[in-house]
Design a protein around this ligand. Sequence first.
Ligand code: NAP
Length: 250
Amino acid sequence: MSCVLVTGGSRGIGAAISRVLAARGDRVAVHCRSNMAAARGLLAELPGDGHVVLSADLADDGAVADLVSRAVESLGTIDVLVNNAGVYLDCPIQGSYQDWTANWREVIGVNLLGAAAVTWQVVDHLLHREQGPQGGRIVMVGSRGAYRGEPTAPAYGASKAGLHALTQSLAVALAPRGIVVNAVAPGFVATDMTEHLLSGAVGDDIRAQSPFGRAGEPADIAAAVAWLSSAEAKWTSGAVLDANGASYLR
Ligand code: NAP
């Protein structure tokens, strides 16, 4: 049994991760930004006990520090961090300068700086805890967009490329302390984030990107995260695992 903090664990991919980890016996701190109804709804469905719901805006450094200390207090410790929360906000470079700079601040602020802040807090806990197993697991939810490009959302692509680079740097820095760090890079996944696209005029084109002829399901990504966050994944560190239905090969 591990104690796990899943950021953005209340909906979409994060909810599937919370479900699969709870089903294998982990205790999960399900984090959300503000949609407590969705988070509490999920909490009621999770198998096992000891799970909690915690909210915090990851763009707020102080709220992040408070989030991690509340997670440690509620669960007793944190063994595994899944940095899943993120925002996708279209903002092509052809728009206004004000929109462009605001979009970069917001998207990088949540997807990269927010994840880096949560990671600092959790690593500080892992390095200084006196009880429980040593070491730990960190899994970032990155994106295929870091490699393939995001023409209408360049800040999003850059935030995920930064997350992949953070994964690789920390895998090296934290290996001597037994902390394993990996990322998963999904392609299109059917969640609230993509619902407007998958149900719209471009839906069939998106499904055709994969030779499987469909978009990913949240459970497809959760399966990869489950293995990377398990005790067995002790030699795979610094990896960015593509989970995109062969829609983009690199
Ligand atoms: P989603 O359904 O939109 O859920 C987003 C989650 O993140 C929610 O729990 C939300 O909390 C939380 N969140 C959003 N902004 C936040 C903030 N400022 N501070 C704290 N939490 C915040 O997203 P998803 O599609 O499952 O995506 C999950 C991750 O996978 C993201 O990092 C995304 O970039 C990545 N990804 C998704 C796809 C895809 O096609 N869906 C593809 C590649 C990568 P509330 O419920 O309170 O709003």
